[in-house]
Design a binder for this molecule. Sequence first.
Ligand code: T5A
Length: 209
Amino acid sequence: MRGSLILIEGLDRSGKLTQAEILAKKLDADLVKFPDRLTPIGQIINRYLTDKTFDLPDQSAHLLFSANRWELAKLLEEKLLSGKSIVMDRYIYSGIAYSLAKKGAEMDSYDWLYGPDRGLPKPDLTLFLTISLEELSSRKGYGEERYEQIEFQKKVKECFLNILDLKDPAIAIVDVQGLPIEPVTAKLWSEVESRALHQPIDREISHFS
Ligand code: T5A
């Protein structure tokens, strides 16, 4: 028996962290946020996101985000196997969608973007929070970081919806437009419960192949 791996994805300020914290508490799970800005690679990513004078080729930035996930991959698997559940805030879908939205050189090749993440543990459930760009841009602090511009976020949203495989039962699109925090939690919890992911799981960890 092992813990479950649950991912919350969405645009900037869509409420991922708020919900990840609540779900982690309800599940007695660990919370893992990507990018993890405290690791050696995460510190470079943090500078890239917050210092607009620190530029990197788009390809380098993409590979750094993936490398940041690999920094934690072993730890994630060990925790799951020890019976601990994990709630993640962002993961490989953010990696692909944000890079795809930039559309430069190989950056629009899905295979190139997906390649570095092959082999990472695959979430048992991915919850994508969907919300209007107008509601997002009115939230506290919006616009402070590199990617927080409405036109770019519009492209990111389209890219997310293109890459998420809606036929995959482990992926759910959750409409949170206009909803306060508690009703959003109720929607997410029903997706978790309906798949029995609030209980220990009796199957092996899947990996992105
Ligand atoms: N990125 C990331 C890549 O390009 N490639 C990658 O591989 C990865 C992993 C930083 C950037 O990195 C990019 C994407 C990002 O641009 P981040 O640190 O996750 O990633 O940045 P944000 O998504 O901007 O993180 P935030 O913490 O700002 O947004 P959250 O987590 O979505 O939102 P949250 O929960 O902090 O809430 C934002 C505000 O809204 C309020 C909260 O109180 C808060 O003030 N709020 C609500 N208000 C009303 N109704 C609700 N239901 C609300 N829920 C929350």
